[in-house]
Every structure is written in structure tokens, then in C-alpha cells.
Design a protein around this ligand. Structure first.
Ligand SMILES: NC(=O)c1ccc[n+]([C@@H]2O[C@H](COP(=O)([O-])OP(=O)(O)OC[C@H]3O[C@@H](n4cnc5c(N)ncnc54)[C@H](OP(=O)(O)O)[C@@H]3O)[C@@H](O)[C@H]2O)c1
Length: 409
């Protein structure tokens, strides 16, 4: 009886994820063989110091790209696909910037390109959107897709720590990298949302189509006031269908207690999908980590061995809409004198911006008004803020953070 051929995996990168992946392949080889009929083996490893890409490609059946960044990862992945090798990658930047080129190459070569680990860590959201909801008219995909910022915000809310202190703690515990820029400024979450929007709406979306803000400006007292209002702060990625297209955004946002994303704390991620026929589905899990990410990569490898993959063709060309309606938390440091609230209410009223709730705190030089503003067009809210900035009662620039008003029971 002849033994089935092993599946030879060419591993590009052996860092946090690549190293864990190599170990997992050895550990789970029996299980992979039982599931697919073929035993996996690492046929070659490329690092900065070792290995030759062409030689590894030559002796591999599947390429696993865990280098990160756009080059040389893009060239290697393209060459592998064009050479008829299926590819698994965890590289969100690569897909968010060059997705169409890679999907086209995969389609033309008739091989699979899988990337579950590129978005929301272990949560199998790519598979669910592509396969379970492949023909569902998805209205909205949103969630917490960056574990570093969720850890920082959780820490600030729990201990009253400043942003800088919470970031230092995240670095100490290995939840933030030495250079955390892309995490804290929202770029990492934006890349993931570009990928999810592309899959959910079947229209090309790149990083350029995503507007994003980070959490660097969040102050401890925003979190303290929010607690009084029953709100918790998350960095949200939101991709949704709009009347005239889609909007894809990343921004810090307050949620009312009872919202399915409100209890997601620490380095965890969570993603929600909404559509009329499915109502809503929420999945949560670890957002990163070597072995966790490696397990998602191995899952993709097994899927490749098991059969056909979705074709990644776009079906529509939807425009990106940027002026959308949002609710806001508004923090104003004001002079402590009669009529200030009325003056501000007047300005907001003139711009047809209405207030849902307001609390006044402190006295004298430390008087603050903290408001929740009902949903209005963001451009209109920006005009109202500009008008408020012109008032002489203001003691510091206004601080505004979006709020999801929906209250769940
Ligand atoms: N870490 C996580 O928790 C996580 C979670 C989700 C997704 N990801 C994604 O997974 C991928 C890998 O991340 P990681 O954390 O494992 O990165 P990492 O620890 O920095 O490892 C990168 C590996 O790639 C190799 N490499 C870098 N540049 C190279 C080049 N020009 N040519 C050949 N090899 C090169 C490095 O070689 P040397 O060993 O010689 O330095 C190293 O082995 C990234 O796309 C990342 O976004 C990571």
C-alpha cells in the first residue's frame, strides 16, 4: 500500500507566529493527517538570515507567509500564487493594501489564498463572513479588532491610569510592541476593517478608504465621567452599508452597559455581524498571541488541504461615504457663572444638535459640562463645536468622543 504524499509547507518568517506555527505543525501532525489524509512537514524556513526563497518555493506544496509588512512579503506571495502554490498569510497590511492584486493572482492560478489570522486573531470571522454569510446581504460588521488598545482602555477605566501609564503596562505584559504607533493611532484596526469590509460588501476597499482615529487623546477624566453616565470606552472598527455606498471607520467610542461589546475587556477582540436575515451574531476571543495566531494559520492550512475556497471576486463598486450620523460625548471646561449652560444649549440648538443628557461637575476654575449629544450628521456637529470654540466661556478646547446610543436590555 502506498503512503499518501506529505504536504510540504514552505515557512516564510519564524518569529513570534512563525516559531509557534512550526511547533504546532509538529505537535498536530497526526491530527492533520487524520483530518486531511496528508501529513504536514516544514519543507524550508526563510528568515532574514537563513534560507533561499526560490529553493523553498521549489520544494513546497503550500507557502505560509509570516514575515509581515508589504515587501518582500508581497513579491513572495505573488510569486508563490503564480507558481501554483496556495498561500496562507496573517499579514493584514499586505491584504489591506494589495488585496485585489493578490486575489486576482490566486484566482488566475486557481489556488487558494487564506488569511484568517490577519483579522481579529483567533476569531474565525473571515471564514464566517465568506462562507456562512457568503450570500447574506450584510448591513454592518463592527467590533473591537485591536487587543492592544482594548487592554489600554480597560486598564485606564479600571485603575484611573493615564494613557501613558496604561501603555507602559501593556508593553510590560507583552500586549503592546516597543513601537505601538500603528496600534494606538488606529492604523492596525483600519487595515483589518478594510479587509472585513471588502469581504462583507464584495466591493474593493483599501486602507485609503478607511478613516481612522486612535486613542492617544483619551484622558482619564473622560473615562471617569463616562462611568457616571454608565458608558464604557472602546476603540471600534465599523463597516456599514449606507444609503449611497459604504462607510468604513475606526474611532474611540462610548458604549452603554448592556451592549454586547461593552464587557469585552483586556486584550480580547470581538466582532459583530448584522443583517436582516441573521439579526446579529457576535464572536469574541483572543486578539493576538503567537500560538493563538499560529492555530488560525494551521486551521487555514487544513482548509486548503480539505477543498475549495471562496473565489474573492468583487460583485459591486460601492462608493465610500464619509459624512455619517453619530452621537457624541462632549466634554467642556467652562467658566463658573450663571447662564453658561443656556449659552451652550443655544449654540447647539441653532445648529439643530440636541442634547440627550448633561452633568455638571466641579466649581470655579474646574467647572465642566459633560454631555451626550443625540445622533446628528458629523459635519453639523463639527460646525456646532466650531461655534462653541468661539464662546468666551470656554476654558479649554472641547473634547468629543462618539457614542453608540443604542441601549440593550
Ligand atoms: N504576533 C502576533 O500576535 C500576531 C497576531 C496576528 C497577526 N500577526 C501577523 O503575523 C505576521 C508575523 O508576525 P510576528 O509577530 O511573528 O513577527 P516577528 O516576530 O517580527 O517575525 C517576523 C519573521 O519574519 C522574518 N523576516 C522579516 N523580514 C524578512 C525578510 N525581509 N526576509 C525574510 N524574512 C524576514 C524575521 O526574520 P528574523 O528571524 O531573521 O528576524 C522573523 O523570523 C505579521 O504579518 C503580523 O502582522 C501577528
Amino acid at each position: 500500500m502506498s503512503m499518501p504524499e506529505p504536504v510540504r509547507i514552505g515557512l516564510l518568517g519564524r518569529g513570534t507566529v512563525g516559531g509557534a506555527f512550526a511547533e504546532l505543525v509538529a505537535e498536530r501532525a497526526d491530527a492533520v493527517e487524520a483530518a486531511t489524509g496528508r501529513r504536514p512537514e516544514i519543507a524550508g524556513v526563510l528568515t532574514r538570515e537563513d534560507g533561499d526563497f526560490a529553493a523553498i518555493l521549489e520544494r513546497s506544496d503550500v507557502i505560509v507567509e509570516l514575515i509581515g509588512g508589504t515587501e518582500p512579503a508581497r513579491s513572495y506571495v505573488l510569486e508563490a500564487l503564480r507558481g501554483g502554490r496556495p498561500v496562507v498569510t496573517a499579514n493584514k497590511q499586505l491584504l489591506a493594501q494589495h488585496g485585489e492584486e493578490l486575489f486576482d493572482a490566486a484566482r488566475e492560478a486557481g489556488v487558494q489564498l487564506r488569511f484568517e489570522a490577519a483579522v481579529a486573531g483567533v476569531i474565525p470571522i473571515v471564514r464566517v463572513i465568506q462562507e456562512s454569510f457568503g450570500v447574506t446581504r450584510i448591513a454592518k460588521v463592527f467590533g473591537i479588532v485591536n487587543g492592544t488598545t482594548n487592554f489600554i482602555l480597560t486598564e485606564m477605566a479600571a485603575s484611573g491610569a493615564s494613557y501613558e501609564e496604561a501603555l507602559a503596562r501593556a508593553q510590560e505584559l507583552g500586549y503592546a510592541e516597543a513601537d505601538p504607533t500603528d496600534d494606538v493611532n488606529g492604523a492596525d484596526a483600519a487595515a483589518k476593517m478594510a479587509i472585513l469590509a471588502r469581504l462583507a460588501f464584495h466591493t474593493p476597499v483599501t486602507m485609503d478608504g478607511v478613516s481612522y482615529e486612535g486613542i492617544e487623546q483619551v484622558q482619564p477624566d473622560d473615562l471617569a465621567y463616562a462611568k457616571e453616565l454608565g458608558l464604557s470606552l472602546k476603540l471600534l472598527g465599523v463597516a456599514e452599508r449606507r444609503e449611497k455606498g459604504i462607510s468604513v471607520r475606526v474611532f474611540p467610542c462610548f458604549l452603554y452597559g448592556g451592549h454586547p461589546l461593552a464587557p469585552v475587556e483586556g486584550p480580547f477582540n470581538a466582532v459583530m455581524v448584522e443583517a436582516p436575515e441573521i439579526t446579529e451574531v457576535t464572536m469574541s476571543g483572543p486578539g493576538a498571541g503567537g500560538v493563538q495566531t499560529a492555530s488560525a494559520v494551521l486551521g487555514d492550512t487544513v482548509s486548503i488541504l480539505s477543498g475549495d475556497a471562496p473565489v474573492h471576486e468583487t460583485r459591486e463598486q460601492l462608493p465610500i461615504v464619509t459624512d455619517v450620523a453619530s452621537s457624541f460625548y462632549l466634554h467642556l471646561a467652562v467658566a463658573d457663572r450663571p447662564g453658561v449652560l443656556a449659552q451652550i444649549a443655544q449654540v447647539l440648538g441653532d445648529k439643530e444638535v440636541s442634547v440627550k443628557s448633561v452633568v455638571q461637575r466641579g466649581a470655579g476654575d474646574d467647572t465642566r459640562l459633560v454631555m451626550v449629544i443625540h445622533e446628528c450628521l458629523e459635519s453639523r456637529f463639527a460646525e456646532a463645536i466650531e461655534a462653541i470654540e468661539g464662546l468666551d466661556v470656554l476654558r479649554a478646547p472641547p473634547r468629543a468622543i462618539r457614542v453608540i446610543e443604542e441601549e440593550f436590555v
